[in-house]
Write a protein that binds this ligand. Structure first.
Ligand SMILES: [Zn+2]
Length: 79
């Protein structure tokens, strides 16, 4: 079990991860998602292709991850 030793803040920050599947090589890797922004670019750790969101999606986690990005789920997504 891994415990993140981060300074406490006003809001509890959960370490949200999403498993991204590369559409080019099929490689999957769990990545930590930023909780306050959408990540538009993602470079595959295996084939190093730069992924961008599919049309209609706001970030690479929505397009290729198994968990949608936090801004989308809590309604604060501005993109
Ligand atoms: Zn790849």
């Amino acid at each position: 079990m891994q415990i993140a030793n981060t300074p406490s803040r006003d809001e509890p920050v959960a370490a949200l991860t999403s498993r991204i599947t590369c559409p080019h090589c099929g490689f999957t890797h769990a990545e930590v998602m930023p909780t306050d922004a959408c990540q538009y670019f993602y470079e595959c750790r295996n084939c190093h292709v730069r992924l961008t969101p599919k049309p209609g999606d706001c970030c690479v986690f929505c397009s290729y991850g198994d968990v949608p990005c936090p801004p989308k789920t809590d309604g604060s997504c501005a993109c």
